[in-house]
Design a protein around this ligand. Structure first.
Ligand code: MSK
Length: 662
């Protein structure tokens, strides 16, 4: 049974325990409760107290007369608004932290990437010459925050998109005016008795999603890099085998690195380590779950213990003293589950309380002090640890790519900028590019679709970039390691060997999908692949999506011109008209389309067909893998040797972090 629920051997091992001991998990609950067939396909309207109206019969309307098209489109639009608000509010909190740091009110934070600060300042129109770093940082934060409340005009970052793309947005009237404004616009227009034309609702949804992708989320990524450093590739570990039998295990889970970076500082404090030893532990071991894992993984090499569906399983190992969470993707079930073990669950965000958890409110003005208090709680709990069952499964990956690093790596080893990447596509060495992102979903086999799709794409010479829980999934199967080049098609393998990169690049957390937008934008402006993102032979995937954030992400990719494929059934499936509009209708207008394809094989087939169609439209040579695959390179060897030795070295940066953290 466990093997049908997950392809992750560590997860399967723990699922056997939960099944035999009757411990409730998302896996068992999904089995016990089938999804509502009306709500899951967008046919239930509960926007007013005359309903809920369930439109299950041909031609049926709600009490107010709303058609199935209106109901499905309104439900979809509200998913976009909720997803956009979550990611963008995360971006706002990053900007507020930058502001506090710049004003000297959050002394535990600093500017770790000054170069990025200056780049962002220039993009935001902030004067840099003759000014102190903190003065620039303060104005960058203020300008960023003003983007949220802006009422008119356009958000600044739209200018990062290719000119042709910007014109499309303006012509269609979907260039976002302000980040918060677009979210409120959707909530207003979906109130009973307002916008009741599915086309209008769905085009407005694209504008809101753009405010997230090219606004709140993009600001979040940039400001996070400024505060905590832009990622540089490093070798790290993945899966539950990275938990320690003899150290205090502390897990960070959620999304905002404002918390997790301070917890990391606290666990490395010599006083804390000594304190842990005084309690009988050999030290303190930090691990991550979900996107907080991605944040600390890509910048600091902190191991990822698992993705969304691993959060309960990690506690079931009995080896976690304390799990500290902030925002998003945290299951309420963690609170009762942690009581069955010795784990202390600590919530920290005023926006994310969970009944039964211990709440220690985080405040960036006293960040380290609070982080130490939380770590101490974990250490004190070590004495309560009972029987553990840590699965001995661990994989290595290279994390921490960014558009800046891709640019640098290709430039450093080749001849500059994105030219080599574009040339590889033009010559057919790469058939195309793909972004595979998103969550896990207990309605599908854990990690299966991620692993299958990515393996097939690289086999077909498609370079893959990944974020979020999808990236964590594929790291567990070795796909983010240089050795995975052996699974790649001959052209992609040749590039991996020459440049020293894996065929699947880790680009960060789910908020960092904006890095993919920037990569695509730079490819489009580099030349040779058309003038717009929609011209590039590329696709987007969210094979195991579950969150409203994923819907917003999918929509901003579509609005940017990308063919985007989601797994599972369509959430607007009960309205064929709306389902067709988000595919064909959007494609006619913005060049990108959204399709829900539950079968991963069919999804890959359609993706490759699309890539080939785009190649043909550009007049590129037909993809022919037999022309490539004759090279090798020493850099690849170095990576493999480093990983075989279990060293967290980064041949890129020549930085050798503390070996005790291996
Ligand atoms: S954590 S939104 S389950 S990717 Fe970003 Fe993972 Fe999806 Fe949450």
């Amino acid at each position: 049974m466990a093997k049908e629920r997950s392809i992750d051997p560590a997860a399967c091992e723990i699922l056997e325990v939960t099944e035999s001991e009757g411990i409730s998990t998302a896996f068992s609950r999904a089995e016990a409760m089938k999804p509502c067939p009306i709500g899951s396909k967008g046919a239930c309207c509960k926007l007013c107290a005359m309903g809920p109206c369930r439109l299950t019969k041909e031609g049926q309307t709600g009490i107010c007369g709303a058609t199935i098209e209106t109901v499905a489109a309104r439900n979809f639009a509200r998913m976009v608004a909720a997803g956009s608000s979550a990611h963008s509010d995360h971006g706002r909190d990053m900007a507020l932290t930058l502001l506090a740091a710049a004003r000297g009110e959050a002394p535990d934070y600093e500017i770790r990437d000054e170069k990025k600060l200056l780049e962002v300042a220039q993009l935001l129109g902030v004067q840099t010459q003759g000014r102190e770093t903190m003065e620039i940082a303060e104005e960058v934060a203020e300008v960023a925050l003003a983007q949220f409340g802006q009422q008119q005009g356009e958000i600044i970052y739209l200018q990062r998109a290719p000119k042709k793309r910007q014109e499309i947005w303006r012509k269609l009237g979907i260039a976002p005016r302000g980040i918060d404004r677009e979210v409120v616009d959707i909530m207003h227009r979906t109130h009973a008795g307002n916008d009741q034309w599915y086309e209008s609702l769905l085009m407005a949804s694209l504008r809101t999603a753009l405010a997230d992708g090219w606004g709140g989320s993009m600001l979040s990524t940039d400001i996070t890099d400024i505060l905590f450093g832009s990622p540089v590739p490093l070798v790290a570990r993945s899966n539950m085998g990275a938990l320690s039998e003899d150290e205090v295990n502390i897990i960070v889970h959620g999304h905002e690195p404002v918390l997790s970076e301070m917890i990391l500082v606290a666990v490395n404090d010599p006083e804390m380590i000594e304190y842990a030893k005084s309690k009988g532990a050999k030290g303190i071991n930090l691990g991550g779950i979900c996107c907080t894992a991605n944040e600390t993984l890509m910048r600091q090499g902190v191991p990822t213990i698992g993705n969304f569906l691993s959060q309960e399983l990690a506690i079931t190992t009995g080896a976690i003293e304390l799990m500290v969470v902030d925002i998003q993707c945290i299951m309420q079930a963690l609170a009762p589950l942690s009581k069955q073990f010795h784990t202390i669950l600590v919530t920290t965000s005023p926006k994310a309380h969970i009944e039964g958890a211990t709440h220690v409110e985080f405040d960036e003005h006293h960040a380290l002090e609070i982080a130490k208090k939380i770590v101490k709680m974990g250490i004190d709990n070590f004495a309560n640890r009972g029987k553990t069952r840590i699965p001995g499964k661990v994989n290595h990956l290279i994390a921490g790519f960014s558009h800046e690093y891709i640019n640098y790596a290709l430039g450093g080893f080749y001849r500059g900028s994105f030219r080599p990447l574009n040339d590889a596509v033009i010559q057919g060495r790469l058939r195309g590019v793909a972004g595979v992102v998103g969550c896990n979903n207990a309605r599908t086999c854990h990690d299966y679709a991620h692993e299958y799709i990515v393996r097939e794409l690289i086999k077909n010479d498609v370079l893959v970039v990944m974020t979020g829980c999808g990236a964590i999934a594929c790291s567990k199967y070795g796909l983010l390691s240089p050795e995975a080049a052996e699974l790649a098609g001959p052209g992609l393998r040749e590039i991996c060997e020459a440049v020293g990169i894996p065929p699947v690049l880790h680009l960060g957390s789910c908020v960092d999908n904006t890095r993919i937008l920037t990569v695509l934008s730079q490819m489009a402006t580099e030349g040779g692949l058309g003038e717009d993102i929609a011209d590039i032979p590329g696709v987007g995937f969210a094979p195991e999506w579950m969150s409203e954030k994923a819907i917003s992400i999918g929509c901003y990719f579509v609005a940017s011109g990308v063919y985007t494929i989601f797994g599972s059934e369509s959430p607007v499936g009960n309205s064929p008209v709306v389902d067709r509009f988000i595919s064909e209708g959007w494609e006619e207008r913005v060049g990108g389309k959204l399709e829900f394809i539950p079968d991963p094989q069919e999804a890959v087939r359609k993706a490759l067909e699309h890539i080939d169609k785009k190649r043909a439209a550009l007049g590129l040579v037909e993809y022919d893998p037999t022309r490539f695959g004759q090279s090798g390179d020493r850099l690849m060897r170095q990576f493999i040797e480093a990983m075989e030795a279990g060293l967290p070295v980064s041949p890129y940066s020549a930085k050798i972090p503390d070996p005790s953290k291996k």
